[in-house]
Design a protein around this ligand. Structure first.
Ligand code: PLP
Length: 360
């Protein structure tokens, strides 16, 4: 088997030990004589997986008892609708920080249900920073304050958790959840699609404070109501069993690696190395202001963009794949989630230096 270093932003790489375990499990999972894909979600064996996934996630993120953990389908995008339907009422105003493509999409969806007040917007500098919280214009009584912890496309990350007082803080953590410890108590709702740092596409993780459950608007479809998931252990209908099972293996793997303190240090080290290599060269550059650079998604451009296709094809020949930047920003983007080993960063840096030597 020849594995590449996969720098995809999502669906993204899954840790090798997890893939190995899936392979072993496929024909005869847990002594059932079948694969997990063929098992009933009501079976004892699967219910045990679901329970363990929640327990392990609680342990990883130190999730307090007053929070529920839900595993809905629909990705992070479905949360763009579920959040306003569940924690705002008709006529409410909600506050949003606009720092890039994903927060823009969340805002557009929330506008279908609420008045949206954009408290701060970094479009003035092409979404390359996060405005200081001192400058935010909060509304009088917003139903919640929403932000995107890491803008996956532009590689812009919040280096702080906003202060929201009594207002529930809602965070799209799709591309940072599990990349380091986080203080869950600061939040009303945290959500993430799985396919960046958690597992395969098809499932999302929602951590929601229990007092925010049970207040959905009357017209809310049952499958968009947090209470439906909370009451049924996220199994009111058939859940994405395979994705849930893989997520549970990823949680187990992260615990075995030493938990999120260890993982966070590794990620910081990996990102630091790559940014240092970019900054040390005039051939490559990253446009994001240093304080807001993402640990997870590292976009960079070549001084001569006409070399982009050559860079990408030669990288691919070296087994460094999916480095093309998002179509909206161009250039390159190296997504370096938990499953990217430091050896992958070293290989990328070595390739970049050699490419600069031969084309610079
Ligand atoms: C990928 C991503 C999304 C969209 O996720 P889906 O699971 O495809 O709906 C939303 N927000 C952020 C920050 C993302 O990285």
């Amino acid at each position: 088997m020849s594995r590449v270093y996969n720098f995809s932003a999502g669906p993204a790489a899954i840790p090798d030990p997890v893939l190995g375990r899936i392979k072993d499990d496929i024909p005869d999972w847990n002594g059932t004589g079948m694969s997990v894909m063929e098992a009933s979600h009501r079976s004892k064996a699967f219910v045990a997986v679901a329970e363990k996934a929640e327990q392990d996630l609680r342990q990883l993120l130190l999730i307090p008892g007053e929070y529920s953990v839900l595993f809905p389908q629909g990705g992070a995008t479905m949360q763009f609708s579920m959040v306003p339907l569940n924690i705002s009422a008709e006529g409410d105003t909600v506050d949003f920080v606009q720092t890039g493509s994903w927060s823009k999409k969340a805002i557009a969806e929330a506008r279908r249900y609420c008045a949206v007040n954009v408290v701060a917007d970094s479009a003035d500098q092409n979404f390359t920073y996060v405005p200081d919280q001192d400058s935010w214009l909060h509304s009088e009584d917003a139903a919640y304050l929403h932000y995107c912890a890491n803008e996956t496309i532009a590689g812009v990350e919040f280096p702080f958790v906003p202060e929201s007082g009594e207002t529930p803080l809602v965070c799209d953590m799709s591309s940072t959840m599990l990349s380091r410890p986080v203080d869950v108590c600061r939040f009303g709702v945290i959500y993430a699609g799985a396919q960046k740092n958690i597992g395969p596409a098809g499932i999302a993780v929602v951590i929601v404070r229990k007092d925010l459950i049970g207040n959905a608007r009357e017209m809310t479809p049952a499958l968009l109501d947090y209470a439906t998931y909370d009451a049924a252990g996220s199994m009111s209908n058939t859940p994405p069993c395979f994705a849930w099972y893989v997520a549970s293996l990823v949680f187990e793997y992260l615990l075995a690696e030493g938990g999120l303190e260890v993982i966070g240090k590794r990620n910081q080290q990996k990102a630091g190395k790559l940014y240092a290599a970019i900054d040390a060269s005039d051939f490559y550059s990253n446009r994001v202001r240093v304080d807001y650079r993402s640990w997870m998604n590292v976009p960079f451009v070549l001084a001569d963009a006409s070399l982009d296709p050559t860079f990408l094809s030669q990288a691919e020949e070296e087994g460094l794949v999916n480095l093309k930047g998002h179509r909206s920003v161009g250039g390159m983007r190296a997504s370096i989630y938990n499953a990217m080993p430091e050896a992958g960063i070293d290989a990328l840096i070595a390739f970049m230096q050699e490419f600069e030597r031969t084309h610079g």
